[in-house]
Ligand binder design. Structure first.
Ligand code: ATP
Ligand code: MG
Length: 447
């Protein structure tokens, strides 16, 4: 195995070295070591040490420190405006709720601290003096691309059910597999997720969905997904009996997730876009399956699920809109497309392209060329409309309510009525969006 290249940035190295100068042991640890060994730039550098929080505070008394995690042994030291979390070696006390340890106990050896961490690839520490401390085979699992629990998987998931989702999230992020014993334990203990707060689950879920290995996780662990979203269960293995589809609803869903750009909202849209299909299923005389009305049903289910997961409102609203719209064909006329952009906004329409592309990519070959051609046509039409003096909403008109009132229109509903009528005519290409022609037409429309 080649020598690990762990280049600690100066601000974090300062922390490790200053602790060492005062006779303490200190290491960078966890995600930053893992990412460095993978050749990825770590997003933050965490330090662990045998100094107690009070000792850490003394060593860094001249620097700004934040005492947020003090009772768990964590002090955040600011070095050149960069935060470094410094945590005293610790083990967790009893877990009585599969969530929070009832207490933390400080310990003296780094190996004991590493033993309480979740996965072998996250349980390595490093400092320039001692080199890499890898007591659980983290390097080997990194090389093999495996997520493996430190210690007995059943015990570890019982301590903290969230680790089930963390395993899927890390595997998806790095496109790793999950080691067999760990994978069995995940399935066996999946119900423990019911004891974990929805906020923590939702965060890990989004992290998993945007990973490059999301497809593999969704296909391998549908039963885990069903603990978080029982509404998904009817999709598993649900055959579509339709020439547009090569996969059952869940397999299609998983492929559609992976085919979408790696953005949380878009991946959530694909996860939920067909969730209402099983309840909308009908079969015609020819034996072909149909799912009339499924986008609206899926959108309502998406609303309920994301509300339950305490999603932020912006994501919730965006996902529900895109799920509701995912199956509507784009308008083919200039007026229709203008109305569509006016109704949804440019950003949603742009995302709708991503959604449709991902949906098509996860369907059968049947009519693929036509579907792609339709999208290309719609994109061209939008491009043309954008280059023109466009008016998708009343705000885009080169006349406003104040202009109308100056012309003698009484303040009140009449102003809105005329603006709406003007917009409709501009969208139909029956009227030019220019101040003079708009004013002239407004005079005709005035009662
Ligand atoms: P990321 O890049 O996503 O931040 P990370 O490995 O830094 O990855 P964090 O959630 O920031 O993940 O946690 C930092 C470290 O703390 C992990 O590497 C792991 O060693 C340990 N850890 C975090 N959460 C848990 C947990 N629920 N159970 C056990 N160990 C954990
Ligand atoms: Mg981290």
């Amino acid at each position: 195995m080649k020598k690990p290249a762990i280049l600690i940035p100066p601000y974090a190295l300062t922390v490790v070295e200053r602790l060492a100068q005062f006779g303490y042991e200190a290491y960078v640890v966890g995600g930053c070591v893992r990412d460095s060994l993978l050749g990825i730039t770590p997003k933050d550098w965490d330090v662990c040490t045998n100094a107690t929080p009070q000792q850490v505070l003394r060593v860094f008394r001249r620097m700004p420190v934040i005492k947020t995690g003090l009772k768990h042994g964590t002090v955040t030291v600011m070095v050149n405006h960069e935060p470094v979390e410094v945590t005293t070696f610790r083990v967790d006390g009893e877990y009585t709720d599969n969530r929070h340890p009832d207490e933390v106990i400080f310990v003296s050896h780094v190996e004991e601290d590493l033993a309480r961490r979740d996965f072998t690839i996250n349980a390595m520490a490093y400092n320039p003096a001692r080199g890499l401390v890898d007591a659980f085979g983290g390097q080997e699992d990194l090389a093999a691309g495996l997520i493996r629990c430190v210690g007995e998987p059943d015990d570890r998931f019982n301590e903290d059910g969230l680790r089930i989702m963390r395993a899927l999230r890390f595997a998806a992020r790095f496109d790793f597999g999950i080691e067999a014993e760990t994978a069995f334990a995940i399935r066996r203990n999946r119900h423990l997720l019911e004891n974990v707060s929805v906020e923590r689950i939702y965060k890990e879920l989004k992290g998993m969905l945007v990973g490059k290995g999301a497809l593999g996780m969704l296909l391998a662990f549908p039963d885990v997904m069903a603990v978080i979203m029982p509404e998904l269960a009817p999709s598993f293995g649900f055959e579509q009996h339709n020439p547009h589809h090569r996969y059952d609803v869940w397999t299609h869903t998983a492929y559609a997730v992976q085919a979408a750009p790696a953005e949380e909202a878009l991946r959530l849209v694909m996860l939920l876009h067909d969730i209402g299909k099983p309840s909308c299923y009908t079969q015609d005389e020819a034996g072909v399956g149909h799912f009339y009305g499924h986008p609206a049903v899926s959108a309502d289910m998406a609303y309920a699920i994301l509300t339950r997961l305490k999603s932020d409102n912006a994501t919730l609203a965006r996902v529900v809109t895109l799920v509701r719209e995912h199956d509507n064909p784009f308008p083919t006329t200039r007026a229709g497309m203008r109305r569509c952009i006016g109704r949804l906004g440019e950003e949603v329409v742009a995302q709708l392209f991503d959604v449709k592309r991902a949906d098509y990519a996860a369907q059968a070959d049947y009519e693929q060329a036509e579907k792609k051609a339709d999208l290309r046509e719609a994109a061209l039409l939008i491009e043309e409309l954008m280059e023109e003096e466009h008016a998708f909403t009343i705000k885009d008109l080169h006349i406003n309510g104040r202009d109308l009132m100056a012309m003698g229109v009484p303040a009140g509903p009449e102003v809105g009525r005329i603006l709406k009528a003007l917009l409709a005519e501009v969208q139909e290409d029956a009227l030019e969006n220019a101040a003079a022609s708009l004013a002239a037409r407004a005079r005709e429309l005035m009662l």
